[in-house]
Design a protein around this ligand. Structure first.
Ligand SMILES: [Zn+2]
Length: 395
């Protein structure tokens, strides 16, 4: 018994010693931590080793190669920009505009437009090495244009077979799914039966379906219902984008929200991706704001400007919720396992910013990607630790 007690003491002593002698690559101290889950912020430190978060909370002792004092600053997961057209990012691998906003992962190939050869695109990106993580969809409009041109006709059976093969190959080569752009040609030329055929391939390849819903030919709620119906029939996850809500038709917003809630209740993996600052410049749309508040709506816009506007400026939602909508929510839905959240063993993608000065200076002070500092005191370090992210199912 005495021997056992002595052994226990040795074990406990070993734990304390290990903690004291712990060595980290990076230690962020005195941070106001918003962890991405939507839980209330708390204060503490974050330790990073080998690209991962290894401790979080009050960290006493230990040595670190690099330290960042985050006193007075907010630390959140790095932001995921789930809607970019940065298909040519290999040409500007520093991704300066993205990292300046605290973005650590970008998604390209949206609205039906992508590289026509996903495999070689991702090879180029791996070779170039980016400062951000990268994922892409294979775009329906691109696939359609490469097979039948930018013409108004239905694909023949042989065309459709080639299109199916391109989509399957794109996902097999690393795309996270298929995106459509049904609001403009050539994507708009496609009948629902064509989209349904390609969505079947998405299901076989275990990808997700990012539907830019039709607005020119249908009303918003009809398009949403159609996309949900298709996803449900194939049991594939569906992301809805491009929802343009009429500020004078609140009943349409109510119908759209009900379609989403009902589908969710039937266990359909459906969510919406919404831009707070649409290119159309439409502002002050209370129906858009109503949609934005729904828990399954991912915010896809410049994160620092979003926080300045939605949280600080208009008090539409809490800082924690706005950050969740740009970190853990898109990570979970898009299938980026172990990202978008600050917790033990998560990938160390982080943004550090001054929440009190977002209105004057909507940019991140420091940005960390896979444990490597890519922005320090507002300056790009030149580091390019980004990775190509594939979809990991089973979240
Ligand atoms: Zn777009």
């Amino acid at each position: 018994m005495r021997f056992l007690a002595a052994a226990m003491l040795v074990v406990i002593g070993a734990f304390l010693a290990a903690d004291d002698q712990a060595s980290y690559d990076l230690l962020i101290t005195n941070a106001h931590i918003v962890d991405g889950t939507g839980q209330p912020a708390r204060d503490g430190d974050i330790a990073i080793r080998a690209g991962r978060i290894v401790a979080l909370g009050r960290i006493a002792g230990g040595s670190a190669d690099q330290r960042i004092d985050a006193t007075g600053l907010t630390v959140s997961p790095g932001f995921i920009d789930s809607h970019t057209h940065a298909d040519d990012i290999a040409n500007r691998p520093g991704a300066e505009v993205f990292v300046a906003s605290g973005i650590t992962t970008i998604v390209a190939g949206t609205d039906g437009v992508s590289s026509a050869d996903i495999g070689s695109e991702l090879d180029d990106i791996r070779r170039a090495g980016l400062s951000v993580n990268f994922a892409t969809f294979v775009g329906h409009s691109t696939v359609r244009a490469s097979v039948i041109g930018r013409v108004l006709r239905d694909p023949l059976l042989a065309d459709l077979n080639r299109m199916n093969a391109m989509v399957f190959e794109g996902i097999a080569d690393g795309a996270i799914g298929l995106s459509t752009g049904l609001q403009s040609p050539p994507g708009r030329f496609a009948r629902n039966s064509e989209i349904a055929a390609l969505a079947r391939v998405v299901s076989l390849a275990r990808g997700l379906y990012a539907a830019q819903i039709r607005t020119a030919d249908f009303t918003v709620d009809q398009s949403v219902a159609e996309s949900i119906r298709l996803a449900e029939s194939l049991a594939i996850p569906v992301q809805l984008s491009g929802l343009m809500l009429d500020p004078l038709k609140p009943a349409t917003t109510t119908a759209v929200l009900k379609l989403i809630d009902d589908a969710r209740r039937r266990n359909t993996d459906v969510w919406v991706e919404q831009d707070v600052f649409p290119a159309s410049g439409a502002a002050d749309n209370p129906e858009s704001d109503r949609l934005l508040l729904h828990p399954l709506v991912v915010i896809a816009s410049d994160p620092m400007r979003v926080l300045a506007d939605v949280v600080v400026g208009r008090h539409l939602m809490s800082m924690e919720e706005a950050i969740r909508k740009m970190t853990s929510l898109p990570a979970a839905r898009l299938g980026f396992a172990g990202r978008g959240v600050l917790k033990d063993n998560a990938a160390a993608d982080l943004a550090i910013f001054d929440a009190g000065r977002l209105a004057q200076s909507p940019s991140a002070r420091d940005v960390i990607v896979n444990g490597v500092v890519v922005v320090r005191n507002g300056q790009h370090t030149g580091a390019r630790p980004g990775r190509v992210l594939r979809r990991t199912s089973g979240l």
